[in-house]
Design a protein around this ligand. Structure first.
Ligand code: AMP
Length: 282
């Protein structure tokens, strides 16, 4: 069944109140639409774990830089609605701009450490935009559980940290990255890749997998970053923003592999007109 579309927060709260008084749990999956299997895996997991699922579709302008793809970001409300229905979602929340930014943009949620490195260094203001909009949406929906993809690993850490710091009553969980058959992480932005670029793009996952193996066998993070950058450029990437081994908990730089610690390899690189990101656990 197709989910009901709700476009304003008053209607949303009225709808959710009936479930909440009955003691039923609410799952939440925030998205920017143009939905693919990655998003739908989150929606299906939410439907398994909670009584009712709300998925939001909102292309949040405050997380795009001035030269980024806000105006060409893919949009497909009818297609998204059908997919969400098949995934077990009850409400598709498509807020209008004034529902999210009723008086413009004054109050912001800033994570000056976690939000300024890696993605934050290359996309200034990005995590302020993300943390602010996710905080707003979590306050509007007040879900029991909210699901995010590990595809955006730093974003997952930012949202978890924000929810902890702001004493939000929602449990935040991350779920594994869903990939195409050749390993490329699914992304709404993969449509920007030309035919040949799409084939070359699979190198990103291959290189970070190799990097994980070499890091485990003792190679230094610094040498590995250099090596991986060369591999990506040879594979057809136009430029590499970063490809780096980090502590999996706080994304700080690391010296060497240690079996007792958790690490994460994160990468961002440009292929044609697309900026691709990926990451894996070590
Ligand atoms: P977006 O629409 O790009 O803002 O993504 C909405 C949610 O879907 C975020 O929690 C993403 O991390 C998640 N997501 C996007 N792509 C994938 C993927 N390939 N696998 C798993 N989750 C994903």
């Amino acid at each position: 069944m197709e989910p009901e579309i709700v476009r304003n927060v008053g209607d949303l709260r009225a709808r959710l109140a009936t479930w909440r008084v009955g003691g039923e749990t609410i799952g939440f999956v925030p998205t920017m639409g143009a939905l693919h299997e990655g998003h739908l895996s989150l929606a299906r997991a939410a439907a398994e774990k909670t009584d009712h699922v709300v998925a939001s579709v909102f292309v949040n302008p405050t997380q795009f830089g001035p030269n980024e793809d806000l105006h060409r970001y893919p949009r497909d409300e009818a297609g998204d609605r059908k997919k969400l229905g098949d995934a077990g979602v009850s409400i598709m929340y498509v807020p209008q701009m004034q529902e999210v930014y009723p008086m413009g943009e004054q109050t912001r949620v800033i994570l000056p450490e976690l939000g300024d490195i890696l993605e934050g260094a290359y996309r200034p203001g990005f995590f302020t935009g993300v943390a602010t909009v996710v905080a707003k949406l979590l306050i509007q929906v007040l879900p029991t559980l909210a699901l995010f993809g590990e595809k955006d690993y730093q974003q997952l850490l930012v949202v978890q940290r924000m929810a902890t710091d702001l004493s939000m009553p929602t449990r935040i969980e991350g779920l594994p990255t869903i990939r195409e058959s050749d390993g490329l992480a699914m992304s709404s932005r993969n449509v920007y890749l030309g035919e040949e670029e799409r084939v070359q793009a699979k190198a990103l996952y291959e290189v970070i997998k190799d990097m994980a193996r070499r890091f485990r066998s003792g190679e230094s993070p610094e040498a590995l970053s250099q090596w991986a950058t060369g591999c990506l450029v040879d594979a057809g990437f136009r430029s590499v923003d970063y490809v780096t081994v980090r502590d999996a908990g706080n994304l700080s730089e690391v010296e060497a592999f240690d079996e007792k610690r958790k690490f994460r390899i994160l990468a961002a690189a440009h292929m044609g007109g697309a900026r691709l990101i990926d990451n894996i656990a070590v």
